[in-house]
Design a protein around this ligand. Structure first.
Ligand SMILES: Cc1cc2nc3c(=O)[nH]c(=O)nc-3n(C[C@H](O)[C@H](O)[C@H](O)COP(=O)(O)O)c2cc1C
Length: 175
């Protein structure tokens, strides 16, 4: 089972479109998947009611904490926001059970952004966090730059991007 994290809570995000495409690629190669979309699972009151002294006390979010605890292999699909990953993704990580949710587990990263960087720094920042949490990250991290120009009607129109997602999926299955 590979757990795909759609890494923003923005509605109708391109991140979710890429997550859907990547899920199809993985399933086409025989992998089992599940999607955790921050737009669906992150409660709007997570900051006052699910962090720090309230950690583990948000009933709606507790099922997600358990799902993340049980999952072994993740792929985070990460948009570039202000030169890094979205703050809500850090809130999500901070609201999970600690320590242990990511310890000795495996992650992959796929980055996308409107600009030319394709979330390269965002993925670098996350790789540091995962290393701190003792989770290893696959070295191959597709960077889907200028995504607005290469995604239409839920389909990727750039052949190289499609190839990279297939290569990444194969590596994740064998990781
Ligand atoms: C708060 C915010 C900050 C953003 N900052 C950047 C940025 O620093 N660099 C960039 O290339 N795109 C930036 N974008 C554009 C996103 O990369 C773009 O919306 C892309 O489609 C991925 O985000 P999405 O999944 O929310 O659609 C930003 C978007 C938002 C909402």
């Amino acid at each position: 089972m590979i757990t795909l994290i759609s890494g923003t809570n923005r509605q109708n995000s391109r991140t979710r479109a890429i997550t859907n495409i990547y899920q199809s690629v993985l399933e086409g190669k025989g992998a089992e998947t599940q999607i955790v979309d921050l737009a669906e699972i992150l409660p709007s009151d997570i900051i006052p009611n699910g962090l720090y002294a309230n950690s583990g006390k948000h009933e709606d979010f507790n099922a997600v904490r358990e799902l993340m605890w049980d999952a072994q292999k993740f792929v985070f699909v990460v948009p570039e926001y202000n030169g890094s990953f979205p703050g809500v993704l850090k809130v999500f990580i901070d609201a999970l059970k600690f320590p242990g949710t990511f310890t000795d587990k495996k992650a992959g990263l796929i980055g996308l952004g409107s600009g030319v960087q394709g979330a390269v720094l965002a993925m670098s920042h996350l790789t540091d966090i995962f290393a701190y949490l003792n989770m290893s990250t696959l070295g191959f991290k597709p960077k889907l730059a200028a995504i607005d120009k290469h995604l239409a009607n839920g389909e990727i129109t750039n052949e190289l991007y499609t190839t990279m997602l297939h290569q990444h999926a194969e590596k994740m299955i064998n990781y």
